[in-house]
Design a protein around this ligand. Sequence first.
Ligand SMILES: [Ca+2]
Ligand SMILES: [Ca+2]
Length: 213
Amino acid sequence: MCTLVLFVCALLSARCLWATADELEAEVKIEVLFKPELCSPKSKRGDLINVHYDGFLAKDGSQFYCSRSDKAGHPQWFVVGVGQVIKGLDIGMMDMCPGEKRKITVPSSLAFGEIGKAGVPPNATVIFEVELYSVSRGPRSMEAFTHMDLDKDKSLTKSEVKQYLKLEYEKGGKPRDDPFYEKVLADIFRRNDQDSDGLISVNEYNIYKHDEL
Ligand SMILES: [Ca+2]
Ligand SMILES: [Ca+2]
C-alpha cells in the first residue's frame, strides 16, 4: 500500500506535495522510550529544537552517526519540520517534549534513499535514537524575531542571538560557557544566514511559516 502511494506520487509529483503528509507519517515508526511526567512544551513545525541523535542501520544495528561524538559532541540545533534534517526525523520528532527519548524507524525513502551516504548503503532503513533537550517555541514567529532584535534594525547579529540563547539556557537552569555558545551560533548561522553576510535578515529568518502565524 505504501509502496503504491509512493509510486503514484512519483508519477504525479504535484499531487504528491499536497497529499503525502499523512501518508508519509504512516511510514515512520515511533517508539517512545521515555516520556517525562510533565511533557511540555511539545515540538511543533517551525520550532527550534536541541537534540542528540544516534543513527543505526536497521539491518545489522551498526551505528553510522552519533551526535555525541560527531561535530564536537554538542547537541544539534535545528528547526523541526522544515527540511533541515531528513524527512523521517522531521516527522518522527513532532509532538515531542524536552527530556523525551524516542526510537524512530525510518524507511529509506524518507532517509537517505537510493543513494545512501557514508556509512549508509543504498535503500537502507535506518533507526534513530533521539533525546530532546529543548524546544524553543515559535522561533520563526515575528514576535520572537522582534524579541531577539535588540537594536530593532530588522536583522539579527550573532551577539543578539547569543543573548537570547544565554537567557534560554539560564531559564532552563543550565548556563553554558562561551565556547559552547560559539559552537551553537556557528551552527545556527551556517544553516540560516544564506547570503553569509553575518546577519540573519527577516527574510532569511521567516522563510518558513510557523503554525501560529
Ligand atoms: Ca539587530
Ligand atoms: Ca544574511
